[in-house]
Design a protein around this ligand. Structure first.
Ligand code: ADP
Ligand code: MG
Length: 255
């Protein structure tokens, strides 16, 4: 295969067992550079586990994950996490550190410092005032905290952005605004983005490819347009039915 055809990220028969539980069951998948992929599925379907095999927060029990053709198992976890932005489920900012210190933490793992100017630019990317750099997480709103989480994920000049239910705890308006900001950043910074969500509406609105997971397997791999046209199979369609029925109910109200 020529280098240009090489997938940016490849999961090759990735399996992860936790005792008797098979969290991820032989996932094989290629992700193209520049794509915005949503990983959707019910709670416990294996989304977080699959995502975490990319930055080695979880090691597969079988199979390999290749980033730009190289097995991630051969890379230092700290170096890998410097290159791969990761937005945690539930934010995960350190409460005793300022916003600036929280943002600087990933580069620091690799012995690098990032200055005030860089912090200010990162805050600007996520549309936060530079003055917020000196605050602690408990002095921020939920939406501001999540924006800091995104700024931190981008602090290492990552080209790959992994997000685990990043907007789950936010009110709908903040969630919508932040979702659109992340979509714009994806474009501006030429990122490859994988976003875990249980919200099919969010996936349909933000992603250009939707993977549906069920019991550790990818059961659908389709574009939003294909899913909206009824493709992708039963499990995917059951998820699409939720926002569709809500939209229909709203439309009926105005008739
Ligand atoms: P999702 O993110 O889709 O909700 P997860 O990947 O977190 O799903 O979990 C998939 C399955 O693996 C679940 O049955 C979960 O209970 C199990 N699991 C995840 N992490 C662990 C762990 N550290 N120890 C034991 N079981 C786990
Ligand atoms: Mg999860």
């Amino acid at each position: 295969m020529a280098a240009g055809d090489r997938p940016f990220l490849r999961f090759d028969s990735v399996t992860r067992q936790f005792g008797e539980t098979t969290a991820v069951a032989g996932v094989t998948l290629d992700i193209r550079q520049g794509s915005f992929v949503a990983l959707v599925g019910a709670s416990g379907s294996g989304k977080s586990t699959l995502l975490k095999t990319v930055n080695r927060l979880i090691e597969p029990t079988a199979g390999t994950v290749l980033l730009e053709g190289k097995d991630v198992a051969g890379s230092q976890p700290s170096r890998l996490r410097r290159r791969i932005g990761y937005v945690f489920q539930g934010v995960g900012l350190f409460p005793h550190m300022t916003v600036a210190e929280n943002i600087a933490i990933v580069p620091r793992l690799e012995g690098e410092k990032i200055g005030h100017g860089a912090i200010a630019r990162l805050l600007e990317l996520v549309e936060l005032e530079p003055a917020l750099a000196r605050r602690r997480p408990d002095e921020l709103s939920g939406g501001q905290r999540q924006r800091v989480g995104v700024a931190r994920a981008l602090a290492g000049n990552a080209h790959l952005l992994l997000m685990d239910e990043p907007f789950g705890a936010l009110d709908p308006i903040t969630r919508d605004a932040l979702g659109r900001r992340v979509r714009d950043l994806h474009q501006e910074l030429d990122l490859t983005t994988i976003m875990v969500t249980h919200d099919m509406a969010e996936a349909l609105l933000l992603a250009d490819r939707i993977l549906v997971m069920d019991a550790g397997m990818i059961v659908a791999d389709a574009t939003p347009a294909q899913l909206l046209a009824g493709q992708g199979g039963k499990i995917a369609q059951a998820l699409v039915a939720v926002p569709r029925e809500q939209a229909q109910a709203l439309a009926d109200l105005t008739r």
